[in-house]
Design a protein. Structure first.
Length: 209
């Protein structure tokens, strides 16, 4: 009974944390939405359970974008919903594999440009940027770079996912909540691709010698 009480208390505390994050971001004008949440190995929150998530709880989620913080608070009063950011409104999100994200982060750090970065346990990194720019062709050609714009969404910390929790690599407070122009992040990603290709060529030459 004690273990059950402890588990229930932990779930309530975590739901409160998710709610606090969602409301805080809503006050800053971020279009947050409730998403399905982990229940064992499945995702709950809509009718039945699903194998893929998190996804918006409400079928009309795009019509709910821009909901006032007071209403946002009510969404998390009963369940530990994931915190989702609707993209293409005030922010876009560029999702990349971890090795490319780390390379771009080094480039940005070298020029003194902090950028909000989210990471997931499966080593996907997401850079938050202002809206309004398509992916440059070199990034599209990578095949594993995804631009989340209008009609899409991304999970925000501290949303639980399989094998862990979505977390900040660089918090938005570090850049004073000022989002970068997408061109700056895309340039850093392309620099990281070039650096990785140069390193790979050098490695093969050394091995050949």
């Amino acid at each position: 009974m004690l273990d059950m009480d402890t588990s229930d208390s932990w779930r309530r505390a975590f739901r409160v944390e998710l709610r606090a994050q969602a409301v805080g971001l809503a006050w800053r004008g971020w279009p947050v939405l409730p998403g399905t949440y982990l229940a064992g190995s499945q995702w709950a929150g809509r009718e039945g359970v699903e194998s893929i998530g998190p996804v918006p709880v409400h079928a009309d989620w795009q019509e709910r974008i821009g909901t006032k913080p007071e209403q946002v608070a009510t969404w998390w009063t009963g369940r530990p919903y994931s915190v989702l950011l609707a993209t293409g409104v005030t922010l876009d999100a560029i999702e990349v594999p971890g090795h490319l994200g780390r390379g771009a982060a080094r480039v940005l750090r070298a020029v003194g440009l902090p950028v909000p970065i989210i990471a997931t346990p499966d080593d996907r990194w997401t850079f938050l940027v202002r809206t309004g720019q398509k992916l440059a062709r070199p990034l599209v050609e990578q095949g594993d770079v995804v631009l989340h714009a209008a009609g899409s969404f991304v999970p925000l910390p501290p949303t639980p996912v399989q094998h862990g929790v979505v977390h900040w690599r660089v918090r938005p407070e570090v850049c004073g909540w000022q989002m970068p122009e997408p061109s700056l992040v895309q340039d850093a990603l392309m620099d990281a691709i070039t650096d990785a290709a140069t390193y790979a060529r050098g490695g093969r030459l050394v091995a050949a010698d």
